[in-house]
Design a protein around this ligand. Sequence first.
Ligand SMILES: NC(=O)c1ccc[n+]([C@@H]2O[C@H](COP(=O)([O-])OP(=O)(O)OC[C@H]3O[C@@H](n4cnc5c(N)ncnc54)[C@H](OP(=O)(O)O)[C@@H]3O)[C@@H](O)[C@H]2O)c1
Length: 306
Amino acid sequence: MSDVKTILITGANAGLGKECARQLALLPDTAKIILGCRNAERAEAAKESLEQSTGREIFDILILDLSDLDSVRRAAVDAPVVDAVVLNAGGSGGSDGHVLTEAGVTWQFAVNVLGHAALTEALLEADKVRSVVIYAGSEAARGVPEFKMAQPSLPTSSVAEFVSICDGSFFGEPFDEIAAYAHAKYVAAMWMSSLARKYPAVRLVTMSPGGTAGTNAVAAMPPLKRFLMSYVGMPLMRVFGHAHNVEAGAKRYLDALMDERYATGVFYGNEKKTVGPLADQAVFFPDLRNPAFQDNARAAIHRFID
Ligand SMILES: NC(=O)c1ccc[n+]([C@@H]2O[C@H](COP(=O)([O-])OP(=O)(O)OC[C@H]3O[C@@H](n4cnc5c(N)ncnc54)[C@H](OP(=O)(O)O)[C@@H]3O)[C@@H](O)[C@H]2O)c1
């Protein structure tokens, strides 16, 4: 019998988040799933479709827009006590990824990291998470040589340098949305590790779903890039073993939720390529296990949420 019976999932109306909700609902121990979504209509549609596909009426909706700290704070107050949280919403943000939010970070950073940090820390402070938090990481955060994605390179890993990643100034002009996405996911993994030391009673695990075809991830891209990724890039990635389907991607979240061998403070992702067996990503990028760097990443985030 699992301890994880009530789960809040962000970005639960589409892609990996919705599939995670579906798989969790099929487990008889699951008593309640809270769909954290920014849009009420899309949330209702997802709820209906999940009820139909699982035959269970255990879904509630929590409206939260991760790019808006007021919305996130309201959601943290409205959220019930849960056993687990899956911090899944995110993506590269497409052509608007560089735009600054009211909090002063890029939209891309807000959705992938800042909103999740504000939500999680508010829930933990209010004792509203009993057992486990999973963050949707990405191998981009440690570099993917097969796709010519460089490993994030931070000359000092100081708080100021992490702040410049949050507000986008680290990247100069023009904003490189892929490099910025990689760095945002890196900062998030570091923040999770720092938070894991602060809250030893809760397991905080960063888990990459792996290269996953069939989600809406390409929808935010400019039209030509979107067309090429949908009809050429992703199909080829699957043929050459660089991507799996959404069922396999979301199953990674469930594994991390249920299996306590996935240790707190660790970032798990692929050992090779972007699918296949998992490994601690610090093997490829030792900075990931540097506690001073982790704390600097968290301190930088706090410059924007305190
Ligand atoms: N797919 C991959 O290959 C892959 C690989 C590694 C990591 N990941 C990570 O996995 C996670 C899920 O990706 P996916 O491929 O499933 O993407 P997706 O299909 O595009 O789903 C993203 C979800 O995030 C939600 N979202 C976007 N902005 C939001 C905001 N401001 N506030 C609240 N929710 C917001 C979206 O809601 P709307 O429908 O309202 O836009 C949607 O529900 C992301 O964090 C991504 O970085 C994906």
